[in-house]
Structures are given as C-alpha cells and as structure tokens.
Design a binder for this molecule. Structure first.
Ligand code: NAD
Ligand SMILES: O=C(O)C1=N[C@H](C(=O)O)CCC1
Length: 250
C-alpha cells in the first residue's frame, strides 16, 4: 500500500518539530516536506504533499490554508486563533475545493478532548462554570484555543438545557479580575515558566463543586491525535472542528 504523503508547516516550532518526528516514525506516512517561516509554499506542490499539518501562528494559518486548498491539499490544523469570520472564510475555500478536507483541532491530546466532552456533559447540572487554563509563557494567544472551545461547549449545553445566567454579585472589579467572558463563561489565563498546557474546568452547585483537570506534560501528548487526524482527514471532505469527531465518542 502506498504511503500517505505528508508535509509539516511550522516544522521548527515546539509542536511542529515533534510532529516532524512523529510523521517520520509512522510506517504508513511519508514526510515529503518540513517548512518553516519564509519557505516557499510551492514546495508542497513540488513534493506532492497530500496532507499538510499546519502548526504555525494565527497570523500565517489563513494564507497557508488558502494555498493548500487551491492545490487540493488536505489540512490538519492545530494553530489557534479561530473566529467565526475565519471559519466562514475557510468554508468558502472548501466549497471551491470539492473533495478536500480540513480538520481544525483546538487540542490534539486525547485527555484534553475528553475534558471538553466531560465538561459539556456536566455543564447543565451546575449553577456556575469557570475555566482556568495554564500554559508556558511563550504562548502568543490568550485564552487558549482549548479553553475558548470548552467555554463555547459549556455555554451551548447550558443554553440548550435552559439554564439561567451564572450567579455573580460582582459590582466593582479591577480590569481582568473576573477573566475573559467567553459566551458567559469566565476564562482565566495563567502563563508560567515550567508549564506546558493545562486546564481546569470548575463547576459549582449548591454544597458541591466538580473540578475536571487535564495536564499535557510533553508535546508527545499531541502526536497520536495529529496522526489520527492525518489518516482520517483524507476521507472526510469539508470542515471538521474538533478531534472528537474522529474518536467515536458516541
Ligand atoms: N491543537 C493543539 O493540540 C496544539 C498544541 C500545541 C500548540 N498548538 C498551537 O500551535 C501553534 C504553534 O505552537 P508552538 O508552541 O509550536 O509555536 P512556535 O512559535 O514554537 O512554532 C511556530 C512555528 O511556526 C513558524 N512559522 C511562522 N510563520 C510561518 C509560516 N508562514 N510558514 C511556516 N512556518 C511558520 C515559526 O517560525 C515557528 O517555528 C500555536 O497556535 C499553538 O497554540 C496547538
Ligand atoms: O502550547 C500551546 O500553544 C497550546 N495551544 C493549544 C491551545 O491554545 O489550546 C493547545 C494546547 C497547547
């Protein structure tokens, strides 16, 4: 059986360099290009890449995906910074590229995906929900893509169940003291040397709290998810948001 031809964009970065090693080590995949900032995207076409793993920056990701889809190359995207406008733009490019697929995964680690699912399931049973995300201090964006997605899922679950707004008597607060408001869910971002990627979802009800915590301790935690995304995206045309769609979680 022929190997799937894979390229990595952001190949010298923290997660990109780990992805290069993971693709090289996978028997069913062939690494055909490993590009960094300033490298020509035409190399992807010359190398015959079928799937691009996009691990760059929010500033670069849209141009990279535009190029890939114009050349019929599938995308597995870990880069953060997604907004409704960006997703709408991506859908128009996908409409013009029949057969091409893009997976956007706010988090490739299985534990983080399960954290999001558990939080979504629990959200309607508690009056209060807040998120603390904790990352290394070199991270460019806040809140993390994972925390933003978790907050959206919690808010959707609460709205579907008809939950009222969260109790909060705060009348005066220093700017930022109550975190960022993501669809009504406060999200607090910590940046601390020594950390990689961590998240706590705090849920509170009368007389009890539930804390769901996940820790990524090494970039290797993201690799099984990236490889799964590469293998599945080639048979999944259109836009898929979230690795959970490839995990048969029920
Ligand atoms: N989804 C996930 O599971 C997951 C996990 C870790 C990181 N991330 C995200 O991945 C992105 C990268 O994170 P990082 O910690 O590796 O950052 P990083 O700064 O270490 O790496 C980014 C790399 O991309 C390169 N780059 C910038 N513009 C480029 C371009 N136009 N073409 C090719 N390469 C380009 C940079 O030179 C750098 O080497 C961030 O958005 C981060 O939030 C996602
Ligand atoms: O290290 C990062 O940067 C990470 N970014 C993703 C996010 O913003 O959620 C996933 C975790 C690691």
């Amino acid at each position: 059986m022929s190997k799937l031809r894979v390229a990595v964009l952001g190949a010298k970065g923290r997660i990109g360099s780990e992805a290069v090693r993971a693709v090289e080590a996978a028997e069913d995949l062939e690494l055909v290009a490993a590009l960094g900032r300033g490298d020509k995207l035409e190399t992807l076409v010359e190398a015959g890449a079928q799937v691009v793993v996009e691990l760059t920056t929010p500033d670069a990701v849209m141009d990279n995906l535009d190029f890939c889809l114009r050349h019929g190359i599938h995308g597995v995207v870990g880069t953060t910074g997604w907004t409704d406008e960006r997703l709408a733009q991506l859908r128009t490019w996908l409409d013009a590229a029949p057969g091409a697929g893009v997976l956007i995964a706010p988090n490739f680690s299985i534990g983080a995906v399960l954290t999001m699912r558990f939080a979504q399931q629990a959200a309607r049973f508690f009056e209060s929900a807040e998120i603390i995300e904790l990352h290394h201090p070199n991270k460019a964006d806040a809140p993390s893509g994972t925390a933003a997605r978790t907050a959206q899922l919690i808010a959707e679950a609460r709205a579907e169940a008809g939950c009222p707004p969260q109790p909060d008597a705060t009348r005066t607060a220093l700017d930022g003291a109550r975190g960022a408001d993501v669809d009504g869910v406060p999200v607090h971002s910590v940046r601390l040397r020594g950390l990689l990627a961590h998240q706590e979802v705090l849920l509170g009800g009368v007389g009890e709290t539930l804390t769901i915590r996940h820790d990524s301790l090494h970039h290797s935690s993201f690799m099984p998810g990236i490889l799964l995304g590469v293998r599945r995206v080639v048979d999944t045309p259109g836009l898929t948001v979230g690795l959970e769609n490839f995990l048969d979680l029920g």
